[in-house]
Design a protein. Structure first.
Length: 304
């Protein structure tokens, strides 16, 4: 398997690369051309609650994109992934709030957090650490994990250039398999009975295409498994494999999304979801009848 150590320069050829910091991966300096990832391809589609305007407002390729900051859930998820996948140098990426502070109310605590985050280190509370350790314990005891579900290359990024548009496409699954075609992504959720989808079939389709372009993996050998784990006790685990027809649909949506982004870049136009649509507003039969009843009652009272 092609697995290159990133040399710090803009990537010019397709492949699987190690050593790419996550912040750099999401930026525009990583490739020698404009690049998009699964989150962007999902965001540009109205079916997913987005639009070209939403994509452009958040894309790192927009010099005026709105600044995004990690929320508590994102920080917890990033730290959990780091631990679950056995990645090195945890303390270089995450710091735990000192026990002398039980909140962020004091000026000293706030200044410490600001200095730490300015240094590129995410801050966790002790409660969050306990949650992560509980999740890790449950995950490590799960049948499929013990059988090697998470075995493979971690912290690897795949890059290839889309021939139709010239855009660079990037994909970073949690686990790239070395002895099978089963790619794995870990997702945290509040309830494994009703996990949110967030169009993950599009993410799976992008991983599949990247695997074909970067390592020559055939579609027929590809699988995409989501390993759900609850972020609250008892930290239950659920394993789901995406159906091939759904992944095929995701590939069609990705193709449309790439073409849409390319077209918007060429025209320098980023329409919202309803820019060309005018429609009637229907207030609904129930509201309409109640409003009429209110008016009839008011007329009766006035007449009396």
């Amino acid at each position: 398997m092609l697995d290159d150590k990133w040399n710090g320069r803009a990537i010019e050829r397709p492949g699987v690369y190690s050593g790419v910091p996550l912040r750099t991966y999401h930026g525009q300096t990583i490739c020698n051309g404009k690049s998009v990832s699964s989150s962007g391809l999902r965001r540009v589609l109205g079916r997913n609650g987005g639009s070209p305007a939403h994509f452009w407002a958040e894309w790192s390729g927009n010099p005026h994109a709105k600044a995004t900051s990690s929320n508590t859930a994102q920080t917890l998820g990033a730290a959990a992934h780091h631990l679950f996948l056995g990645q090195a140098d945890f303390r270089k990426h995450f710091a735990v709030r000192p026990s002398m502070w039980d909140s962020w109310r004091t000026k000293d605590a706030q200044e410490w957090r600001a200095r730490t985050e300015d240094a590129g280190i995410s801050v966790l509370t002790q409660d969050q650490v306990e949650v992560i350790m509980g999740m890790e314990k449950t995950l490590s005891q799960h049948k499929f994990v013990r059988e090697g579900l998470l075995n493979g290359l971690t912290e690897r990024s795949m890059f290839y250039q889309d021939r139709a548009t010239g855009l660079w496409v990037k994909s970073r699954p949690d686990v790239i398999p070395t002895h099978s075609g089963d790619f794995v992504d870990i997702k945290t959720t509040r309830d494994i009975h009703f996990p949110a989808s967030f169009a993950y079939h599009q993410q799976a389709a992008l991983v599949r295409e990247a695997a074909l372009q970067c390592i020559g993996l055939k579609y027929t050998d590809f699988m995409f498994t989501i390993l759900w784990i609850e972020n609250e006790a008892p930290y239950c685990v659920r394993v789901q494999v995406l159906d091939t027809p759904d992944v095929d649909l995701g590939a069609q949506q990705n193709r449309f999304a790439l073409d849409t982004i390319s077209g918007c870049l060429n025209r320098q136009e980023w329409p919202g979801p309803y820019d060309d649509d005018a429609s009637y507003v229907n207030i609904g039969d129930q509201y309409r009848e109640r409003a009429r009843a209110d008016l009839r009652r008011a007329d009766q009272e006035h007449a009396a």
